[in-house]
Design a protein around this ligand. Structure first.
Ligand code: PLP
Length: 394
């Protein structure tokens, strides 16, 4: 649909600002994601969703198996709500949190913790031994690469070689209360870095597009070598990789048994800037015009829900509908007020909504308590976000 009048009719009478999920676009994006994976199971990245009802909808579709969580507390909460097969993608070092995970595992839930060092393993082992649990662990492989002396990727795990991975695995095997289950090799520079971001210079975007194919070759080889070494020595239950921006590349790696996708379902602005990824905008929010300080300038309440990461033009939300509405360079999207320039035919009298799109998927739900599900020109249901459930985690 994606038409101003339809959203305006749907949101009429609601308190604004309001976040929405466009049902038709969301369902199309879920289907596109399953198609892209071509039968490789898709693990759903919760940080890019942050809404339990949406997680339930995605995971119920064929092709989706398991969640990738971002904290231990989140994983336990989701397990208690009936979700199964939870992989915590980032190391947990907090003792009470580890204890809670270990107790949930002892109760029969499958929650896999991420490790990249002996210390991570020992901490998980201590909590597991106390709870009488056997906690599955996953080793995080650094998939960043280097080209022309430039580091290309994220700074997370120090594990890069088969021997480094085997060292961590040896510690896992020698530690009571834990066992080795999987390997995760997340190629952030391919999955999460757009090809033509407005937050980067033309030279930077050019370099990114030149580096990506070179990086792919290194990632493919490294992930296969490490997965092979761990599998030969200890056996692996799964090898995870990828994200919304890299599904085709990741699933083509024969060592990978599952791909991750989270942002795909909402399709925020970030995914407008990939050369080979096509989704429909499915989430955003509406702010309402409250005043008209000059001709063709309409100031709205709220609006400045900025995304995380290096600060740049790609992190700001932008007006989406009515078509042609734009932020003012001097103010951008503000904390409590956002002026918008608009010269088109739509009457933006006070009370009229301006529909905005945000930069990064799940972060929208950090600012709103619910998502209004828009179907055609009506809101058919509302889903509480994590925030609406009183949760944030980090
Ligand atoms: C470990 C890991 N895997 C996968 C993803 C991909 O998530 P998305 O599909 O939302 O880009 C992320 C996102 O940052 C991540 O940290």
């Amino acid at each position: 649909m994606n038409e101003y009048g339809t959203y305006r009719a749907a949101l009429d009478g609601r308190d604004l600002p309001a976040a929405f999920l466009d049902r038709a676009a969301f369902e199309a994006n879920v289907a596109t994601t399953a198609d892209r994976a071509e039968g490789t199971p898709v693990r759903v990245a919760t940080k890019s969703v942050r809404c339990t009802a949406v997680l339930e909808r995605v995971i119920a579709e064929p092709g989706f198996e398991g969640l990738m969580c971002y904290t231990g507390h989140e994983a336990v909460d989701l397990a208690e709500q009936g979700f199964v097969d939870l992989l915590v993608a980032y190391p947990v070092v907090d003792t009470p949190e580890l204890r809670r995970v270990a107790e949930a595992v002892a109760d029969g839930h499958r929650i896999v913790l991420m490790v990249d060092s002996a210390e991570h393993v020992e901490r998980a082992g201590a909590a597991a031994a106390e709870a009488g649990a056997d906690v599955p662990l996953c080793i995080d492989l650094d998939c960043s690469t280097e080209h022309l002396g430039v580091h290309f990727g994220v700074r997370r795990s120090p594990v890069r070689t088969p021997n480094e991975a085997l060292d961590v695995a040896d510690t896992v095997v020698a530690t009571t209360g834990v066992h080795l289950s999987g390997l995760m090799g997340y190629e952030a520079q391919l999955a999460g870095l757009p090809d033509r971001s407005p937050g980067k210079s033309a030279v930077e975007n050019f370099a990114i597009r030149r580096f990506k194919p070179r990086s792919k070759a290194v990632v493919r080889e490294r992930r296969q070598a490490v997965a092979g070494a761990l599998d030969d020595e200890y056996g692996l239950a799964f090898v995870n990789g990828g994200g919304t921006g890299s599904i085709e590349f990741t699933r083509a790696d024969p060592s990978v048994t599952e791909v991750t996708a989270g942002s795909a379902y909402y399709a925020p602005r970030q995914f407008d800037w990939y050369d080979h990824v096509a989704y429909e905008p499915a989430a955003g929010y509406a702010v309402e015009v409250t005043r008209e300080p000059a001709d063709d300038v309409y100031t709205c309440r709220g609006g400045g829900y900025i995304a995380s990461g290096p600060v740049g033009a790609d992190k700001t939300p932008v007006p989406w509908l009515p078509e042609g509405a734009q932020l003012l360079d001097a103010e951008g999207a503000g904390e409590v007020q956002t002026p918008v320039r608009y010269e088109g035919p739509v009457d933006l009298a006070p009370g009229a909504p301006v529909v905005m799109r945000h930069g990064k998927a799940g972060e929208l739900c950090r600012f709103f308590e619910e998502l209004a599900v828009v179907d055609g020109d009506e809101v058919v249901e509302t889903h509480p976000t994590y925030r609406g459930e009183g949760k944030c985690y980090v």
